[in-house]
Design a protein around this ligand. Sequence first.
Ligand code: RFL
Ligand code: PHB
Length: 389
Amino acid sequence: MKTQVAIIGAGPSGLLLGQLLAKSGISNTVIEQRSPDYVLGRIRAGVLEQTTVDLLDTAGVAARMHQEGLPHDGVELCFGGERHRIDLLGLTGKRVMVYGQTEVTRDLMAARSAAGLSTVYQADEVAVHDFDSASPSVSYLKDRVRHTVQADFIAGCDGFHGICRASVPGAAISLHEKVYPFGWLGVLADVPPVSPELIYVQHERGFALCSQRSKARSRYYLQCALSDEVAQWSDEAFWDELKRRLPQATAAQLQTGPAIEKSIAPLRSFVAEPMRFGSLFLVGDAAHIVPPTGAKGLNLAASDVAYLWQAMHSYYAGKHSEIEHYSARALARIWKAERFSWWMTSLMHQFPDAGSFAQKMQRAELDYLLGSQAAMTVLAENYVGLPLA
Ligand code: RFL
Ligand code: PHB
């Protein structure tokens, strides 16, 4: 089989890239190792920047998001038992959209199948070949039959644990990583959110986050130990601990219910440089990870997709130079989002080895932030998303 772009991975990066390329008349095949239900079962991001919303509009997959998504004009930080609002709209003129990654993926899957675009799910032994040449290919096993796809380009949209980055010779790639000494325990529950806007909570027992998926579905997170296991956390233990980390008046308003999903995610900052190796391009989590505190992971994946789509569109229109700039352009935005996510994480979490000085610095930074319009604007302009340069 032959296609212009072979896309590995049917997460948001792969599906969005495929949709935009198809809009530009560029043929593509998506090859995914899991089933659609498995992909949709992963509960992840919930906050979309305006640039991501715009890109979903351009891709023609935003109708349901505009109907069901919740535009948010502000976000709250809570510390010392008090909630403080950051007026995102007032400070930046921009808002964010609360709409789950699961729904974004579902909309992209529906659009892909409505357009009849080629997608292979449950592909085994996916491998990339000859990407240092002008005729790369991808091979995979489906129902025990081996297939090969010849392509002009391969887009590695296969997430942090995928095979694309791992296929690059070690000498050609630099890896930069920071692993945090805690994780996030997340619970999804069909209860109304405790507050109309998200609340990021700094507390001596550990960070907590009150997020949401709709007016009837909430998503909550607790900072937990890396050694914790989901089975240790009954629903009751989760809600009790969340209440302890919220101000009393907020805890009193919290509606609890059975968890419909519960999982633990480790926190990591990671960047692989460069993001292009001949005909192979890394996109999204395949190239970089941020801790979720700044809500940047999915949004960075979307900005990579925007840059790569523009570069490939130009390439097939006869302008070959933009492809050369993909990696540098994407990385410039990625490092800024890495900085913001690392800073938000450092500001809001309890670090097991922090002495009293580090704790005082954290508190002073929060005090300063909420007393300074300039500092709040810095937070707000990063949270709503830096422009696509
Ligand atoms: P994904 O979503 O991991 O998709 C990769 C796909 O590739 C497939 N795959 C393979 N396919 C073929 N062959 C192979 N060998 C393959 N290996 C893997 C996988 O099955 C999968 O389907 O990467 P992508 O598309 O780059 O998307 C990235 C986002 O998923 C990620 O950045 C966000 O979820 C991060 N994130 C958040 N981002 C935000 O922007 N806002 C948020 O509020 C936010 N919250 C979060 C998050 C991530 C979290 N976790 C669990 C890490 C909250 C959490 C808890
Ligand atoms: C979420 O709703 O899953 C979510 C929201 C904001 C974050 C991280 C996760 O910073």
